[in-house]
Design a protein. Sequence first.
Lengths: 289, 193
Amino acid sequence: MKYTWLVEKYLEGELSGEALHKFELEILRTPEVAEEVERVRSMNHFMQEQHQKLKDSIGLIEDYEDSENVIDEEVIRQDLESLKVRKISAKQKDVIDIRAKLTESRISHALTNQQSNKVLVRKVSVWLAAASVAILLATASLLLIGKKGPVDYMAVYKQYYSAPLADISERSSTLGPNSTYAMALREYNQASYEIAYQLFDDIPEASVHNNYYFLYKGITAMELGDFQAAIELFDHLMTDPVRKHKAMWYAGLSYLGLEDARTARSVFKDIVKTDGHFKKQARMLLRSI
Amino acid sequence: MREYPAIEIIRGIAKRKERIINHVYQTCYPDIRKLVLTNGGNQHDAEDMFQEAMLIIYQKITEHGLELTCKFKTYLYSVCRFLWLQELEKRKSNKKRRDHVEQVIDENDRRNAREDEKLRIYETHFRELSKECQKVLNMYFQKASMEEICVVMGYKNVQIAKDKKYRCKKTLMTRIHNNPEFKQLQNEIHLAG
């Protein structure tokens, strides 16, 4: 089953404009793509249906930090029954007061979350001013002793990423200089990434025999900012002993592009464990993130 | 953030101290929201559940007193968990009442062994997934928005949530699709017409 990111976006209604039109044409022109879309749609429906039946019996899905001390339902039931919880009247003064305070906490919490990226100060107080000065002093000390502040993942990405030139000799010997693949590589080498991507797209994946296709198409996707599509393409190379390490490197960088630091770290750590070309770079990059 | 011992929190709730209520909200609400959203509820459900639990606890403290051998957060979580399980039971039985007419009509139909088999295959592969995938897909199949999934799972942005959802779905789908029993079931259904 070839459940690609593009099929997912199409079925979730996330494609629009030119991309949607192009994919719909692809469905009309290529029976394999149409079949695949229907297969995935049918499986989606199956999973949704089964999950509805399953959810009633699945129990709670939870991972509370102090889970070993969570009090059993039966104990809580007896605890509350012995309390004989009365119907709480909405008119009781103390109940009104506590509800109001809970609501205020909720609003304050929501506003704090919204404002966390803005430079806004709701209340000026001596305590806040002192806290600000303390933070400034701490930041200055950190700068002086050469430590880093919050990580700018895009900056790290730009520092470590570069698009390699495609080696013409990597073409399959069965393809001529005027083949779509050869034209795509030429456009890629000239940094005409949009045209290169369209040319790569015109080649049905089922007909691809040269795995460099996935590598260069993936890097083209990175140049166009479509990191998710790039990751999808690099996935094809994970069992390729020759191109796997390069694919892992660019996949890791793509996760940085998505600001998914957790997955990026995991990929780079895997690279460090290998004995490949990118081991040293991966080690240096991990220090940055 | 300052840590308050349970006894101070209990006293603070009894006196309806804003500082304490705020502290309880900040420290306890995220886990409760995660519990509710991961298990079929939405943002409003989480807020309602939290408020109801706090009112019950307030009543308990003021009328009978409360002594804890665990953290206050764990006690509050346990009460919310209990209340949410009750709510889920109520919703399930309401659904069964609505579906009752259908069940009466289908009563004479023979039990469909194929349906049981489909569910068994799905459940086997769902439970093989990582806890993270189970949580993400449970929310997704219960129509949580990607923004809610992003907040509950602590992802940095919605794009990461979409990526995780896609990967988890792909893993599950591929395993089910490659299951020989599933393939056989599909053939049987196809032949039955």
